[in-house]
Design a protein around this ligand. Structure first.
Ligand SMILES: O=C[C@H](O)COP(=O)(O)O
Length: 259
């Protein structure tokens, strides 16, 4: 049994306007409260689109909720002529505690490199936020049997030159691309194979303490009926959940995996 606090993070992706966000965050708060959710047994983070953050902040602060919230991306710049970008200072003002970077959808549709992903993680960490650094292989890589090597390459490139104590503060999310939104969940053994290889690589590169402290999530068609098995794996410390986080009941049920 590790000392790592499990984490369920709901990535809403480009779904829900601010009115729908209001409905979901209130519904989630109610579900968790009704079931007496123990946040020490599972941290809960929602990751809405930027346009919903103010709404989520208002509900969380008004009701003093223990739910945390994050952003789906962040700029590596502080301010200025970067049309469409959002800075860490802007996120900080909204009470954001987590930032996702390197999601396969951003790597694919926005050409984000491992180096840029690493720079975003550094920016978020320097601003006092928890980076959720995503990695994961495409189906061709999995079929070629080089998925472990590929994923470790992504992480090592993003974290090159980092100090061990900084690495220990980030969250890594392993999301095999072929399992995202497809209903095709990796088996618990598949998830464990890669999450354990990631921890081994952290141990080799940054030492025992960092490897034991860093939380590693699984993502890709995680849902209420497979979460317990995923969470039973020694190196899976939580999940990054897309589709199933858009309904208060299913997301809350996953956060209660320990019950
Ligand atoms: O960020 C979340 C992942 O892409 C997983 O999405 P999914 O649960 O809809 O497969």
């Amino acid at each position: 049994m590790s000392n790592r606090t499990p984490l369920m993070a709901g990535n809403w992706k480009m779904n829900l306007d601010h009115l729908e966000a209001n409905h979901l965050i209130q519904g989630l708060a109610m579900e968790l409260k009704d079931h007496d959710h123990d946040y020490s047994k599972c941290e809960v983070v929602v990751i809405p689109p930027f346009t919903d953050l103010r709404t989520v902040q208002t509900v969380v602060e008004a009701d003093s909720l223990s739910i945390k919230y994050g952003a789906q991306d962040v700029s590596i710049h502080d301010n200025g002529a970067y049309t469409g970008e959002i800075s860490t200072a802007m996120l900080d003002k909204l009470g954001v505690t987590h930032v996702v970077m390197g999601h396969s959808e951003r790597r694919e549709y926005h050409g984000e490199s491992d180096e840029l992903v690493g720079a975003k993680a550094r920016k978020a960490l320097d601003a006092g936020m928890t980076p959720i650094l995503c990695c994961g292989e495409a189906l061709e890589v999995r079929k070629a049997g080089t998925h472990v090597e590929f994923v470790l390459g992504q992480i090592r490139a993003a974290l090159a030159g980092w100090a061990a104590e900084d690495v220990a503060k980030i969250v890594i999310a392993y999301e095999p691309i072929w399992a995202i939104g497809t209903g095709e969940t990796a088996t618990a053994a598949d998830a464990q194979e890669v999450c354990s290889a990631i921890r081994e690589a952290l141990r080799a590169d940054f030492g025992e303490e960092t490897a034991e402290a860093t939380r590693i999530l699984y993502g890709g068609s995680a849902k209420p009926d497979n979460i317990k098995e995923l969470m039973a794996q020694a190196d899976v410390d939580g999940a990054l959940i897309g589709g199933a986080s858009l309904k208060a009941e299913s997301f809350a049920a996953m956060a209660r995996f320990y019950a």
